[in-house]
Design a protein. Sequence first.
Length: 240
Amino acid sequence: MVSNGFKPLIGLTTYLEPTRFGVWDVEAAVLHGVYVDGIVRAGGVPVLLPPASDGYAELLSVVDGLGLTGGADVDPSRYGQEPHETTYTRPARDTFEFALLDGALGAGIPVLGVCRGMQVLNVALGGTLSQHLPESAGSAEHQPARAVFGATSVRLEQGSRAASILGAVTKCHCYHHQAVDKLGDGLNAVGWSGDGQIEAIEMPGDAFVLGVQWHPEQDNDDRRLFAALVAAAAQRKGSS
């Protein structure tokens, strides 16, 4: 929680999905409300970013931090693979988020990637993904059933940014059938589940660039990751 009265603006990427409003069934830019609540409770002001086809620099110019949210799988063509039969993609969202992330990294804007957001970060920096863990790892524990979150304990690397926020071990909600395979350039793996899957990655150094494979927005009692993003955004704003 920031303490100087300044509330940084945190951009949150949104889904472009079929949505129903009253009698209307339309495609809309939407986001689970728990992300919004997480930023508010952490002392920030959420700004929902629609997956527009351009204007990335203009969008980034009005936010102090960036949250890449969960959602559909990253198009495997971005890391040189054909799609697995279970892979489902949203190419327009990929185009938007990869460009937005590139701009944020170039501008030094703090970034937190959640689930898909961590995978976007990894692929954007040259990494690859395992497309279906039940097949590649023989485990369905990370996505136990449709719309059911799994309970996972993640071990975090001593001295990492993630561990400084969450401690040596954190319990979390997970829902993913894909995971990091080859790590992206300039990233460190800093968190692992019990079966050895990479659950957290970060960029070393002073820049706040962190990705987690789990869903911190689902835990109403633990807002530490959102608070860390808000604090990093406030610090950057205060030093600019």
